[in-house]
Design a protein around this ligand. Structure first.
Ligand code: ZN
Length: 234
C-alpha cells in the first residue's frame, strides 16, 4: 500500500516535470504564452507589485492584490483552473525565500474551508496553492490536521471587527500529535485583515506547534484599483 502511494506520487511528479518541459507555458494572468523562466507575461508582469512585509508582519504576502495577480486568483478560483496553482506556487516560494529570515518549515497546510463550502465549491483554492508550495519546498502537505469547525458568514462585506469575531474560534486541530513541536506553514490565497490566518495560527500553537508561519499570494486592502471586499468571499 505504502509502495503504491510512493509510486503514485513519483508518477505524478514525473508527469508534471514532463508537462513543464513539453507544454507551452501559460501566463496565469491573461492566458497568453509566457517565457519559460517567468511566471507572468511581460504585459501582466508590469501590473504586479510586491507586497510590503514589514518586520513583525503576522503574515507574509507575495504581492499586492490587483492587476494580473487578481486576475490569476480569479481564474484559479472561479474559473476552476487548478493547473494555475503550480506557477502561482512559485510566487509563494519566492516570497518565502526573500524573507529576511526565511522560516523553517516541517509541513504545509492550507487554510481549510468548512466542509459545506468545500462541497459547494468543489475544491479549496488555498489547498491547491499549499500543495504547490509543498512540492516547491519539498516538505509534506498535511491537509487533515486543521479543520474549520464553523462555516460562519462569508468574510466579504464584514468590517474588520466582524471579521475577527467571525473566525476567532473557527478552527481546531484534529491530531495534536502531528503538530506538536513542528514548524508549520499555513497558506492562503488572499490576506485582508489577517484574522483568518491569525485564528489558524492560534489553533496550531495551542496544539503545541513550535512555530507557525503564514503566507498568502496577495495582500488586499492596500491594492490600487478595487475594494478588498469584492474579492475575498471566505
Ligand atoms: Zn499575461
Amino acid at each position: 500500500m505504502l509502495l503504491c502511494t510512493a509510486l503514485g506520487t513519483l508518477v505524478s511528479v514525473l508527469f508534471e516535470l514532463l508537462r513543464d518541459l513539453l507544454a507551452p507555458r501559460e501566463c496565469p494572468g491573461c492566458g497568453g504564452v509566457v517565457e519559460r523562466s517567468a511566471v507572468f507575461c511581460a504585459a501582466c508582469a508590469a501590473t504586479v507589485e510586491p507586497a510590503p512585509n514589514p518586520d513583525g508582519s503576522s503574515c507574509l504576502a507575495a504581492h499586492l492584490f490587483g492587476g494580473a495577480v487578481r486576475d490569476a486568483i480569479h481564474r484559479l478560483k472561479y474559473g476552476k483552473r487548478s493547473d494555475l496553482a503550480r506557477p502561482l506556487g512559485h510566487l509563494l516560494r519566492a516570497c518565502l525565500a526573500r524573507s529576511p529570515s526565511p522560516p523553517r518549515v516541517d509541513f504545509v497546510l492550507p487554510v481549510p474551508l468548512h466542509l459545506a463550502r468545500l462541497v459547494d465549491r468543489g475544491f479549496n483554492q488555498s489547498g491547491l496553492l499549499a500543495r504547490s508550495v509543498a512540492q516547491h519546498v519539498r516538505v509534506p502537505l498535511r491537509t487533515g490536521v486543521l479543520r474549520r469547525t464553523a462555516a460562519g458568514p462569508a468574510q466579504a462585506g464584514l468590517d474588520r471587527a466582524a471579521r475577527l469575531t467571525n473566525v476567532a474560534s473557527a478552527f481546531s486541530v484534529t491530531r495534536a500529535s502531528a503538530v506538536r513541536g513542528k514548524h508549520v506553514l499555513v497558506v492562503d490565497d488572499v490576506v485582508t485583515t489577517g484574522a483568518t490566518l491569525d485564528a489558524c495560527r492560534k489553533a496550531l500553537l495551542a496544539a503545541g506547534a513550535a512555530s507557525v508561519t503564514c503566507v498568502a499570494l496577495a495582500r488586499a486592502g492596500v491594492e490600487r484599483d478595487a475594494p478588498p471586499d469584492q474579492k475575498k468571499p471566505d
